[in-house]
Design a protein around this ligand. Structure first.
Ligand SMILES: *Cc1c(COP(=O)(O)O)cnc(C)c1O
Length: 384
Protein backbone atom coordinates (compact mmCIF):
# COMPACT_ATOMS: atom_id res chain seq x y z
CA UNK A 1 0.00 0.00 0.00
CA UNK A 2 1.27 3.46 -0.89
CA UNK A 3 0.00 6.83 0.14
CA UNK A 4 -0.49 8.97 -2.91
CA UNK A 5 0.29 12.55 -2.10
CA UNK A 6 -2.12 13.99 -4.70
CA UNK A 7 -5.19 15.51 -3.12
CA UNK A 8 -8.60 14.98 -4.72
CA UNK A 9 -11.83 16.78 -3.85
CA UNK A 10 -13.84 13.55 -3.43
CA UNK A 11 -13.84 9.84 -4.42
CA UNK A 12 -15.91 10.35 -7.56
CA UNK A 13 -13.59 12.83 -9.20
CA UNK A 14 -10.70 10.39 -8.74
CA UNK A 15 -12.72 7.37 -9.94
CA UNK A 16 -13.98 9.14 -13.04
CA UNK A 17 -10.59 10.50 -13.98
CA UNK A 18 -8.45 7.43 -13.35
CA UNK A 19 -10.82 4.41 -13.59
CA UNK A 20 -8.64 2.35 -11.24
CA UNK A 21 -8.50 -1.43 -11.68
CA UNK A 22 -7.03 -2.01 -8.23
CA UNK A 23 -8.80 -1.45 -4.87
CA UNK A 24 -8.59 2.15 -3.67
CA UNK A 25 -9.16 3.53 -0.19
CA UNK A 26 -10.36 7.11 -0.15
CA UNK A 27 -9.20 8.75 3.05
CA UNK A 28 -10.27 12.10 4.40
CA UNK A 29 -7.72 13.35 6.98
CA UNK A 30 -10.12 16.19 7.64
CA UNK A 31 -12.87 13.76 8.63
CA UNK A 32 -10.47 11.75 10.81
CA UNK A 33 -9.23 14.83 12.62
CA UNK A 34 -12.80 16.06 13.11
CA UNK A 35 -13.72 12.71 14.70
CA UNK A 36 -10.67 12.86 16.97
CA UNK A 37 -11.60 16.36 18.08
CA UNK A 38 -15.16 15.19 18.70
CA UNK A 39 -13.88 12.47 21.04
CA UNK A 40 -11.52 14.93 22.77
CA UNK A 41 -14.25 17.57 23.21
CA UNK A 42 -17.18 15.36 24.10
CA UNK A 43 -15.89 12.21 25.82
CA UNK A 44 -15.84 12.86 29.58
CA UNK A 45 -12.24 11.73 30.23
CA UNK A 46 -8.98 10.65 28.61
CA UNK A 47 -9.15 9.46 24.99
CA UNK A 48 -6.63 6.79 23.97
CA UNK A 49 -6.61 5.42 20.42
CA UNK A 50 -6.62 1.60 20.06
CA UNK A 51 -3.87 1.18 17.48
CA UNK A 52 -4.94 -2.25 16.24
CA UNK A 53 -7.94 -0.87 14.31
CA UNK A 54 -5.58 0.89 11.90
CA UNK A 55 -1.89 1.40 12.63
CA UNK A 56 -0.92 3.17 9.40
CA UNK A 57 1.36 6.16 9.80
CA UNK A 58 -1.07 8.54 8.10
CA UNK A 59 -3.76 7.60 10.64
CA UNK A 60 -1.47 7.99 13.66
CA UNK A 61 -0.06 11.26 12.26
CA UNK A 62 -3.49 12.79 11.79
CA UNK A 63 -4.64 11.71 15.24
CA UNK A 64 -1.56 13.28 16.81
CA UNK A 65 -2.15 16.45 14.76
CA UNK A 66 -5.70 16.58 16.13
CA UNK A 67 -4.41 16.35 19.71
CA UNK A 68 -4.49 12.63 20.58
CA UNK A 69 -1.48 11.92 22.80
CA UNK A 70 -2.40 8.57 24.43
CA UNK A 71 -2.62 5.16 22.79
CA UNK A 72 -3.86 1.67 23.63
CA UNK A 73 -1.21 -0.76 22.37
CA UNK A 74 -1.14 -4.56 22.43
CA UNK A 75 2.41 -5.41 21.34
CA UNK A 76 5.97 -4.06 21.15
CA UNK A 77 5.46 -3.44 17.41
CA UNK A 78 2.49 -1.18 18.16
CA UNK A 79 4.53 0.67 20.80
CA UNK A 80 7.20 1.30 18.17
CA UNK A 81 4.62 2.49 15.61
CA UNK A 82 3.30 5.03 18.11
CA UNK A 83 6.77 6.15 19.24
CA UNK A 84 7.70 6.82 15.60
CA UNK A 85 4.96 9.42 15.24
CA UNK A 86 4.90 10.68 18.83
CA UNK A 87 8.00 9.91 20.90
CA UNK A 88 6.44 11.13 24.16
CA UNK A 89 3.04 9.44 23.72
CA UNK A 90 1.35 7.87 26.77
CA UNK A 91 1.10 4.11 26.27
CA UNK A 92 -1.55 1.84 27.79
CA UNK A 93 -0.58 -1.79 27.35
CA UNK A 94 -3.99 -3.46 27.51
CA UNK A 95 -3.32 -6.89 26.13
CA UNK A 96 -3.79 -8.94 29.31
CA UNK A 97 -1.50 -11.80 28.27
CA UNK A 98 2.19 -10.95 27.83
CA UNK A 99 5.46 -12.82 27.63
CA UNK A 100 8.31 -11.81 29.97
CA UNK A 101 10.18 -10.19 27.08
CA UNK A 102 7.10 -8.19 26.09
CA UNK A 103 6.79 -7.00 29.70
CA UNK A 104 10.44 -5.94 29.66
CA UNK A 105 9.83 -3.98 26.45
CA UNK A 106 6.74 -2.34 27.97
CA UNK A 107 8.77 -1.23 30.98
CA UNK A 108 11.55 0.06 28.73
CA UNK A 109 8.91 2.06 26.83
CA UNK A 110 7.54 3.53 30.07
CA UNK A 111 4.04 2.02 29.79
CA UNK A 112 1.68 4.01 32.05
CA UNK A 113 -1.14 1.48 32.42
CA UNK A 114 -1.27 -2.32 32.30
CA UNK A 115 -4.39 -4.46 32.20
CA UNK A 116 -4.64 -7.86 33.90
CA UNK A 117 -7.36 -10.48 34.10
CA UNK A 118 -5.76 -13.13 36.31
CA UNK A 119 -3.38 -13.48 39.27
CA UNK A 120 -0.68 -15.26 37.26
CA UNK A 121 -0.38 -12.33 34.84
CA UNK A 122 -0.32 -9.86 37.73
CA UNK A 123 2.49 -11.90 39.28
CA UNK A 124 4.40 -11.87 36.00
CA UNK A 125 4.48 -8.07 35.94
CA UNK A 126 6.91 -8.18 38.90
CA UNK A 127 7.91 -4.93 40.62
CA UNK A 128 6.48 -2.15 38.54
CA UNK A 129 7.46 1.42 39.36
CA UNK A 130 5.39 3.11 42.04
CA UNK A 131 2.33 4.90 40.71
CA UNK A 132 1.88 2.37 37.91
CA UNK A 133 -1.73 1.83 37.00
CA UNK A 134 -3.11 -1.71 36.83
CA UNK A 135 -6.51 -1.95 35.18
CA UNK A 136 -8.40 -5.13 36.04
CA UNK A 137 -10.23 -6.36 32.94
CA UNK A 138 -13.79 -7.25 33.85
CA UNK A 139 -16.06 -9.48 31.80
CA UNK A 140 -19.82 -9.85 31.97
CA UNK A 141 -22.29 -11.79 29.89
CA UNK A 142 -23.48 -8.64 28.13
CA UNK A 143 -24.84 -8.41 24.60
CA UNK A 144 -24.32 -5.31 22.53
CA UNK A 145 -21.25 -5.67 20.36
CA UNK A 146 -21.11 -7.37 16.99
CA UNK A 147 -19.27 -10.23 18.63
CA UNK A 148 -18.36 -11.15 22.18
CA UNK A 149 -15.05 -9.79 23.49
CA UNK A 150 -15.61 -11.40 26.91
CA UNK A 151 -15.10 -14.87 25.44
CA UNK A 152 -11.33 -14.35 25.23
CA UNK A 153 -10.26 -12.00 28.03
CA UNK A 154 -11.61 -10.79 31.32
CA UNK A 155 -12.10 -11.69 34.97
CA UNK A 156 -15.50 -12.56 36.41
CA UNK A 157 -16.76 -10.12 39.04
CA UNK A 158 -15.49 -12.42 41.84
CA UNK A 159 -12.06 -12.77 40.25
CA UNK A 160 -11.94 -9.02 39.57
CA UNK A 161 -12.69 -8.30 43.22
CA UNK A 162 -9.73 -10.42 44.36
CA UNK A 163 -7.46 -8.86 41.74
CA UNK A 164 -8.38 -5.31 42.76
CA UNK A 165 -7.57 -6.11 46.40
CA UNK A 166 -4.22 -7.53 45.40
CA UNK A 167 -3.35 -4.57 43.16
CA UNK A 168 -4.18 -2.16 45.99
CA UNK A 169 -2.20 -4.28 48.51
CA UNK A 170 0.86 -3.97 46.30
CA UNK A 171 0.55 -0.19 46.31
CA UNK A 172 -0.36 0.31 42.68
CA UNK A 173 -3.18 2.40 41.28
CA UNK A 174 -6.17 0.12 40.84
CA UNK A 175 -8.50 0.71 37.92
CA UNK A 176 -11.18 -1.30 36.15
CA UNK A 177 -11.30 -1.74 32.41
CA UNK A 178 -13.73 -3.54 30.11
CA UNK A 179 -14.64 -3.80 26.45
CA UNK A 180 -18.35 -4.06 25.61
CA UNK A 181 -17.69 -5.74 22.23
CA UNK A 182 -16.80 -4.07 18.97
CA UNK A 183 -19.37 -2.12 16.90
CA UNK A 184 -21.54 -1.80 20.01
CA UNK A 185 -24.61 0.29 19.28
CA UNK A 186 -26.33 -0.33 22.64
CA UNK A 187 -25.44 2.14 25.40
CA UNK A 188 -26.98 -0.40 27.81
CA UNK A 189 -23.86 -2.53 27.44
CA UNK A 190 -21.71 0.27 28.91
CA UNK A 191 -24.33 0.89 31.61
CA UNK A 192 -24.23 -2.76 32.72
CA UNK A 193 -20.43 -2.76 32.91
CA UNK A 194 -20.25 0.53 34.80
CA UNK A 195 -22.74 -0.72 37.39
CA UNK A 196 -20.81 -3.97 37.81
CA UNK A 197 -17.48 -2.13 38.08
CA UNK A 198 -18.84 -0.01 40.94
CA UNK A 199 -20.12 -3.11 42.74
CA UNK A 200 -16.85 -4.99 42.35
CA UNK A 201 -14.83 -1.99 43.60
CA UNK A 202 -17.11 -1.59 46.58
CA UNK A 203 -16.89 -5.29 47.50
CA UNK A 204 -13.11 -5.12 47.19
CA UNK A 205 -13.04 -1.99 49.35
CA UNK A 206 -10.90 -0.25 46.73
CA UNK A 207 -11.36 3.28 45.45
CA UNK A 208 -10.80 3.12 41.71
CA UNK A 209 -8.14 5.36 40.22
CA UNK A 210 -9.85 5.28 36.81
CA UNK A 211 -12.63 3.53 34.95
CA UNK A 212 -11.68 2.56 31.39
CA UNK A 213 -14.84 2.04 29.34
CA UNK A 214 -12.99 0.42 26.47
CA UNK A 215 -13.55 0.66 22.78
CA UNK A 216 -16.61 -0.68 21.03
CA UNK A 217 -17.86 2.70 19.79
CA UNK A 218 -19.60 2.01 16.49
CA UNK A 219 -18.76 3.16 13.01
CA UNK A 220 -21.45 3.81 10.46
CA UNK A 221 -22.86 0.59 8.96
CA UNK A 222 -26.27 1.79 7.84
CA UNK A 223 -28.26 4.81 6.77
CA UNK A 224 -28.01 6.50 10.17
CA UNK A 225 -24.74 7.64 11.71
CA UNK A 226 -24.50 6.25 15.26
CA UNK A 227 -24.97 8.86 17.99
CA UNK A 228 -21.63 8.75 19.84
CA UNK A 229 -22.52 11.81 21.91
CA UNK A 230 -25.54 9.97 23.34
CA UNK A 231 -23.29 7.05 24.34
CA UNK A 232 -20.84 9.44 26.04
CA UNK A 233 -23.70 11.10 27.94
CA UNK A 234 -25.00 7.72 29.08
CA UNK A 235 -21.51 6.71 30.27
CA UNK A 236 -21.23 9.91 32.32
CA UNK A 237 -24.74 9.53 33.77
CA UNK A 238 -24.29 5.85 34.69
CA UNK A 239 -20.96 6.57 36.35
CA UNK A 240 -22.52 9.30 38.50
CA UNK A 241 -25.36 6.97 39.37
CA UNK A 242 -23.13 4.00 40.22
CA UNK A 243 -20.25 5.74 42.01
CA UNK A 244 -21.84 8.96 43.34
CA UNK A 245 -19.61 11.89 44.27
CA UNK A 246 -16.44 9.83 44.46
CA UNK A 247 -16.52 8.72 40.83
CA UNK A 248 -13.26 7.68 39.14
CA UNK A 249 -12.01 9.53 36.05
CA UNK A 250 -12.89 7.96 32.71
CA UNK A 251 -10.64 6.60 30.00
CA UNK A 252 -11.83 5.30 26.63
CA UNK A 253 -9.94 3.41 23.95
CA UNK A 254 -11.82 3.71 20.64
CA UNK A 255 -10.43 1.95 17.59
CA UNK A 256 -13.25 1.51 15.09
CA UNK A 257 -15.29 4.51 16.31
CA UNK A 258 -12.29 6.75 15.73
CA UNK A 259 -11.10 5.60 12.34
CA UNK A 260 -13.82 3.68 10.44
CA UNK A 261 -15.77 6.57 8.97
CA UNK A 262 -12.88 8.48 7.41
CA UNK A 263 -12.10 5.80 4.79
CA UNK A 264 -14.26 4.54 1.93
CA UNK A 265 -13.18 1.60 -0.23
CA UNK A 266 -13.78 1.49 -3.99
CA UNK A 267 -13.71 -1.98 -5.57
CA UNK A 268 -14.17 -2.95 -9.18
CA UNK A 269 -16.36 -5.68 -10.68
CA UNK A 270 -14.08 -8.11 -12.55
CA UNK A 271 -16.94 -10.18 -13.94
CA UNK A 272 -20.63 -10.95 -13.51
CA UNK A 273 -21.29 -14.61 -14.17
CA UNK A 274 -24.64 -16.39 -13.69
CA UNK A 275 -25.70 -13.53 -11.45
CA UNK A 276 -22.66 -13.87 -9.17
CA UNK A 277 -20.33 -10.89 -8.86
CA UNK A 278 -16.53 -11.24 -8.91
CA UNK A 279 -14.77 -8.31 -7.21
CA UNK A 280 -11.10 -7.28 -7.17
CA UNK A 281 -10.99 -7.71 -3.35
CA UNK A 282 -12.55 -10.07 -0.83
CA UNK A 283 -12.33 -11.72 2.56
CA UNK A 284 -8.59 -12.42 2.19
CA UNK A 285 -8.08 -8.75 1.42
CA UNK A 286 -9.80 -5.67 2.80
CA UNK A 287 -13.27 -7.23 3.25
CA UNK A 288 -12.26 -9.69 6.01
CA UNK A 289 -14.65 -8.08 8.46
CA UNK A 290 -17.70 -8.62 6.27
CA UNK A 291 -17.20 -12.29 7.04
CA UNK A 292 -17.23 -11.64 10.81
CA UNK A 293 -19.69 -8.75 11.16
CA UNK A 294 -22.12 -9.68 8.41
CA UNK A 295 -23.25 -7.52 5.52
CA UNK A 296 -23.43 -3.75 5.68
CA UNK A 297 -25.76 -1.33 3.97
CA UNK A 298 -24.94 1.89 2.16
CA UNK A 299 -22.82 0.26 -0.59
CA UNK A 300 -23.09 2.28 -3.82
CA UNK A 301 -22.83 0.83 -7.31
CA UNK A 302 -21.39 3.06 -10.02
CA UNK A 303 -20.85 2.63 -13.75
CA UNK A 304 -17.24 2.79 -15.02
CA UNK A 305 -17.89 6.48 -15.77
CA UNK A 306 -18.91 6.96 -12.13
CA UNK A 307 -22.69 7.27 -12.52
CA UNK A 308 -24.98 5.63 -9.98
CA UNK A 309 -26.66 2.36 -10.97
CA UNK A 310 -30.35 2.72 -10.18
CA UNK A 311 -31.94 -0.65 -11.04
CA UNK A 312 -33.76 -2.47 -8.24
CA UNK A 313 -31.42 -4.50 -6.03
CA UNK A 314 -31.03 -8.25 -6.33
CA UNK A 315 -29.32 -10.54 -3.84
CA UNK A 316 -25.95 -11.43 -5.40
CA UNK A 317 -23.32 -13.92 -4.37
CA UNK A 318 -20.06 -11.99 -4.16
CA UNK A 319 -16.70 -13.66 -4.83
CA UNK A 320 -13.24 -12.24 -4.24
CA UNK A 321 -10.42 -12.26 -6.81
CA UNK A 322 -8.39 -15.27 -5.65
CA UNK A 323 -8.71 -18.82 -6.98
CA UNK A 324 -9.82 -20.12 -3.59
CA UNK A 325 -13.46 -21.18 -3.55
CA UNK A 326 -13.81 -20.06 0.09
CA UNK A 327 -13.13 -16.52 -1.14
CA UNK A 328 -16.74 -15.35 -1.08
CA UNK A 329 -18.83 -13.21 1.24
CA UNK A 330 -20.85 -15.42 3.58
CA UNK A 331 -24.11 -13.72 2.68
CA UNK A 332 -25.37 -12.36 -0.63
CA UNK A 333 -25.33 -8.58 -1.04
CA UNK A 334 -28.28 -6.65 -2.47
CA UNK A 335 -26.80 -5.05 -5.62
CA UNK A 336 -28.50 -3.31 -8.57
CA UNK A 337 -29.76 -5.67 -11.29
CA UNK A 338 -27.89 -3.68 -13.98
CA UNK A 339 -24.49 -4.09 -12.28
CA UNK A 340 -21.94 -4.96 -14.97
CA UNK A 341 -18.31 -5.84 -15.50
CA UNK A 342 -16.10 -2.78 -15.01
CA UNK A 343 -18.48 -1.15 -12.53
CA UNK A 344 -17.41 0.07 -9.11
CA UNK A 345 -18.76 -0.65 -5.65
CA UNK A 346 -18.10 2.01 -3.04
CA UNK A 347 -18.07 0.64 0.51
CA UNK A 348 -18.43 3.38 3.14
CA UNK A 349 -16.75 3.49 6.57
CA UNK A 350 -14.00 0.97 5.89
CA UNK A 351 -11.15 2.49 7.92
CA UNK A 352 -11.09 -0.05 10.76
CA UNK A 353 -9.97 -3.70 10.60
CA UNK A 354 -9.63 -3.57 6.81
CA UNK A 355 -6.10 -2.65 5.67
CA UNK A 356 -4.65 -4.16 8.83
CA UNK A 357 -6.25 -7.55 8.15
CA UNK A 358 -5.59 -7.75 4.41
CA UNK A 359 -3.31 -10.55 3.22
CA UNK A 360 -1.50 -10.67 -0.13
CA UNK A 361 -2.88 -14.18 -0.78
CA UNK A 362 -2.74 -15.15 -4.45
CA UNK A 363 -1.27 -11.74 -5.32
CA UNK A 364 -4.33 -9.69 -4.30
CA UNK A 365 -5.21 -7.61 -1.23
CA UNK A 366 -3.07 -4.54 -1.85
CA UNK A 367 -4.95 -1.24 -1.88
CA UNK A 368 -3.81 2.28 -2.58
CA UNK A 369 -4.80 5.14 -0.30
CA UNK A 370 -5.92 8.29 -2.09
CA UNK A 371 -6.40 11.40 -0.01
CA UNK A 372 -9.64 13.29 -0.50
CA UNK A 373 -11.12 16.43 0.93
CA UNK A 374 -14.67 15.23 1.27
CA UNK A 375 -16.30 11.81 1.69
CA UNK A 376 -19.83 13.06 2.13
CA UNK A 377 -22.82 11.53 0.37
CA UNK A 378 -23.63 14.89 -1.22
CA UNK A 379 -20.44 14.75 -3.28
CA UNK A 380 -21.44 11.27 -4.45
CA UNK A 381 -25.02 12.09 -5.33
CA UNK A 382 -23.89 14.56 -7.97
CA UNK A 383 -22.72 11.47 -9.89
CA UNK A 384 -26.25 10.07 -10.41
C1 LIG B 1 -9.55 -3.93 20.09
C2 LIG B 1 -9.52 -3.20 21.38
C3 LIG B 1 -10.03 -1.91 21.46
C4 LIG B 1 -10.70 -1.21 20.29
O1 LIG B 1 -11.92 -1.79 20.01
P1 LIG B 1 -12.93 -1.10 18.96
O2 LIG B 1 -14.12 -1.97 19.00
O3 LIG B 1 -12.24 -1.07 17.65
O4 LIG B 1 -13.20 0.29 19.47
C5 LIG B 1 -9.95 -1.24 22.66
N1 LIG B 1 -9.41 -1.84 23.74
C6 LIG B 1 -8.91 -3.09 23.72
C7 LIG B 1 -8.31 -3.66 24.95
C8 LIG B 1 -8.95 -3.81 22.54
O5 LIG B 1 -8.46 -5.06 22.51
Amino acid sequence: MQTQPAFWPDPLSHLRRTMPDDPVFYHSPQALQARARFFLDRFPGLVTYAVKANDRAEVLDNLVAAGIDSFDVASPAEMAAVRRVKPDAVLHYHNPIRTPSEIAEGRAQGVASWSVDCMAELEKLGDLPEGSEIAVRLKLAVKGGAYDFGSKFGATPDEAEALLREVARRGWRASVTFHPGTQCEAAEAWAAYIGAAAEVAERAGVRLHRLNVGGGFPGRRGAEAPDLGAIFDRIAAETRKAFGEDAPAHVCEPGRGMVADSFHLALRVRAVRNGAVFLNDGIYGNLTELRDLGPMSGIRALSPEGHARHAAPEARIVFGPTCDSLDRLPEPLPLPADLAEGDYLLFPSMGAYSQVLATQFNGYGAARVVTVQDLSGAALDTGG
